[in-house]
Design a protein around this ligand. Sequence first.
Ligand code: GLN
Length: 237
Amino acid sequence: MSESTVRIGLVLPDVMGTYGDGGNALILRQRLRMRGYDAEVVEITLSDPVPETLDVYTLGGAEDSAQRLATRHLTTYPGLQRAAERGAPVLAICAAIQVLGHWYETSSGERVDGVSMLDATTSPQATRSIGEVVTTPLIDGLTAPLSGFENHRGGTTLGPDAKPVGRVTRGVGNGVDDGLEGVTQGSVIGTYMHGPVLARNPELADLLLKRAIGVDELAPLDLPEVDLLRRERLRVR
Ligand code: GLN
């Protein structure tokens, strides 16, 4: 790995990575390599302290018990919090939104303190939200509809310092009847979309990469299979 290698942190794939969310790190790496950048995925497991020096971080979803282990680890080793404070982009999927918030309640009603990187709290809803979700993005730099697959019981309420990622046009989203999906604050982007979300939303992948390497533009990639996947997914009922 050279000095200029872009280092992508895959945070706690041993406990957070349902529905192939680890693929988000691979997609970031591949989109960099196709443009001639050196890029590596650094896996950070429960046996490792969380390094604060990586260029971009991704965290996946998890079941309630696994997300508790992740919460404890991120609290003990606050490298992710320090990286976000200096502006390193962080992508948080599903349970990771909940862990990065102030607190979440598990399905059994137990309240767990999160790491407070996001001004958000999560409580279980009456029913689990499962299915395709599509949104209109509300983040600067994103124009194309976002699509993913949601499967969560938690409903997330945003505080004043957090903003939504998109407005729901299909599916449930954050699950608190406000028509909103995801949460962003500082350099963190959180979404309930599995998929992996970056396979389905290349514009979001490139937004994270531009922020990670500090450029305004990246060379376009001509990937007809990605366009086809998007067309299929946006049609799905
Ligand atoms: N356990 C959390 C919930 O049900 C997150 C689920 C997930 O990450 N898929 O809300």
